[in-house]
Design a protein around this ligand. Structure first.
Ligand SMILES: [Zn+2]
Length: 626
């Protein structure tokens, strides 16, 4: 997934808090325990689930039946505990017999535990079929129900899910822990003419019947369960790649993402066969809160990367790379999420390098490093470790985006040390060794030690690897990425600001969008209103349809209180719903010393267009500025 720092409010560690002790203490946590799930996965485990759901746009609900095929691990266990959030459970059957069930109270982050008492006579039963009749609540955190006005076509409603990290439980009662892998099948009933797609075996030729059947034969963690329903059509890109989107966005999307098949072939040649059959992209309406979500076989993608020039396709490289790091080998608990995101960030830069050259890949590496430095300023030392081992005092505290970029640098450091001729085969072997498993940071460390560090002794010690995993900040010998083009752009920004370089001599039209972003980010603090107007009139930043250039520019506009561009900034905040693009603009506005009220006003005017996760991230950000 590609997200913004603070959005990972759910990816955090919960303290085993001791209420009798008035002094907050840092406690070591059991790193193999999933603190984000109520499920008793040490007693029962789910192997397969079967869904039969009706999609009701009028009531904003999914309703129907889920069947969990479970296995008993503990002969003495008499209750099954599942994760739920705001679900309405209507009845439970276990192996055909009615079963009693009860909920715990709602936990603000984790939802409710649903405890099912096994009916008499099943005490020794090893295989259990748990059937649950239920419906979702309109407030389900995983589901967004868009009215037709918020779609590209404007004629049909749209619904999509976002299960990561712990939201699958708001549309299916299940063991919602990445340590449990399941296969699934589903029958989905939709209004006639609309198409349902899932993270499963979508058939591009399926008739639009209003009843759709899916099968996912490879075991996946619950956070990769995904569904979308809308006026969706298909267009092929390559042999096993294609686009699902509203018809209004199909042509632009097939042009923008034309390199997808080549990316897939490249990744497979480096890291081992692509194991999921097809790889398609679903282009969502603008309110999709993230850049992308690596739902297997069908990545969900923001339309904000439709730049018209393929300049933002590193997002696709990222979601595709998750087919290895994340989907094939998954984090065991959310504390190990760097195994998904850090390794994927490293892989996506490698793919961009093959497809678009080293210069562009280095530009993206430098921008990512800058985001890491900004992230490290905001994240507590304990959460700066790639694999945190301490409990935390503030449950809203998280790793920010640090685990993405710091993880990427860790792998870059290993690559520099051992060389690609050793490191690439090591990674391919790692994916093969742990395929279709969910592993901990410590399993990674042991595998690294045995298969790379010890194999080429004297180059990189286990202690060095442990420093990356368990210590805050960055080790002293961290490789710092460089890009000649970006450094030149930063020099241009300084010279122009100092009056040494005429604006017409800044070669923006020759630059990549990344270079332009870096130029904007490198503008000195002290600039006059006249200088900002000169820049905008010369280069049209306020009118840019490249979402990353617009983002960088409007952060500056808001932070510097550059009012001549406020109207354009408002349009930016309405045009996009992706959290990354709007969150920092709102926060910069709220923090500029004058416009906190305006920031709230603009947000209240636009929030109906945004996803609930985006809204809660922005609200959380506002609270922190107060
Ligand atoms: Zn990701």
């Amino acid at each position: 997934m590609r997200v913004i720092a603070l959005l990972l409010a759910t990816v955090m560690l919960f303290a085993c808090s001791d209420n009798e002790d008035p002094v907050p203490q840092k406690e070591a946590v059991d790193v193999t325990h999933d603190y984000f799930s109520f499920a008793n996965t040490d007693q029962f485990v789910t192997d397969h689930i079967k869904l039969n759901l009706t999609v009701d746009f009028d009531l904003k609900e999914l309703r129907g039946l889920v069947t969990l095929k479970m296995r008993r691990l503990d002969p003495a266990a008499s209750h099954i505990t599942l994760d739920t959030r705001d679900l309405h459970i209507e009845g439970v059957l276990v192996n055909g017999a009615e079963a009693g069930f009860e909920y715990t109270q709602q936990h603000p982050k984790l939802g409710q535990a649903l405890t099912i008492t096994l009916p008499g006579g099943l005490e020794q039963q090893h295989d259990l079929l748990v059937k649950i009749h239920y419906k979702t609540d309109p407030s389900a955190t995983a589901l967004q129900w868009l009215p037709k006005e918020l779609t590209a076509g404007g004629e049909h409603p749209f619904m999509f899910s976002q299960s990561q990290s712990i939201h699958a439980r708001s549309w299916i009662p299940l063991q919602d822990s990445p340590s449990v892998r399941i296969t699934y099948e589903a029958t989905i009933h939709t209004p006639a003419r609309l198409l349902a797609v899932m993270s499963a075996d979508n058939d591009p030729l399926t008739p639009r019947s209003g009843e759709y059947h899916f099968n996912m034969p490879q075991p996946i963690p619950s956070y990769l369960l995904a569904i979308a329903v809308g006026n969706i059509y298909f267009a092929p890109i390559g042999e096993v790649t294609g686009i699902y989107a509203e018809p209004e966005m199909l042509d632009a999307s097939t042009f923008e993402f034309a390199s997808t098949q080549q990316m897939l072939d490249t990744a497979a040649s480096l890291y081992g066969p692509y194991q999921w059959g097809r790889y398609d992209l679903l282009i969502l309406p603008p309110s999709f809160p993230f850049g992308g979500m690596e739902n297997p076989r069908l990545s969900f993608i923001t339309p904000s990367v439709l730049a018209g020039d393929q300049s933002l396709v590193s997002l696709i490289a990222h979601e595709l790379a998750h087919s290895w790091s994340g989907n094939l080998v998954s984090n065991r608990t959310w504390r190990d999420v760097w195994l998904n995101e850090g390794i994927t960030s490293y892989l996506d830069a490698r793919l961009i390098e093959v497809l678009f050259g080293k210069e562009r890949a280095d530009e993206e590496r430098v921008l990512s490093y800058r985001e890491l430095l900004l992230g490290l300023e905001k994240v507590s030392p304990a959460m700066q470790a790639l694999a945190p081992v301490e409990s935390i005092d503030d449950p809203d505290e998280s790793q920010g985006g640090v685990h993405y970029q710091k993880g990427q640098l860790f792998l870059q450091h290993l690559e520099n040390t051992f060389g690609r001729e050793a490191f690439d085969p090591f990674l391919a072997a790692y994916f093969k060794n742990f395929e279709f498993q969910s592993i901990s940071s410590e399993q990674f460390l042991d595998y690294l030690d045995q298969n790379l560090l010890t194999k080429y002794p004297g180059k990189f010690s286990r202690e060095q690897a442990e420093e990356w995993l368990y210590q805050p900040g960055l080790p002293a010998d961290t490789p710092i990425p460089h890009s000649a083009t970006l450094e030149e752009a930063a020099r241009n920004a300084g010279s122009w600001a100092a009056g040494e370089l005429p604006v017409n001599d800044i070669p923006v039209s020759d630059w990549s969008p990344h270079t332009t972003v870096h130029f904007i980010n490198s503008l000195p603090l002290e600039l006059t209103e006249g200088q900002l107007i000169e820049l905008d009139e010369s280069f049209g930043f306020s009118e840019s349809r490249n979402a990353e250039i617009a983002r960088a520019w409007f952060i500056q506009v808001a932070a510097r209180r550059h009012q001549p561009a406020y109207q354009a900034m408002e349009l930016h905040l309405i045009r996009y719903g992706r959290t990354r693009l709007i969150y920092p603009v709102y926060i910069a506005l709220a923090k500029n010393g004058v416009d906190a009220e305006l920031a709230h006003e603009l947000f209240n005017g636009a929030r109906d267009n945004y996803h609930p996760l985006t809204n809660s991230a922005i609200e959380h950000g506002f609270r922190k500025t107060e």
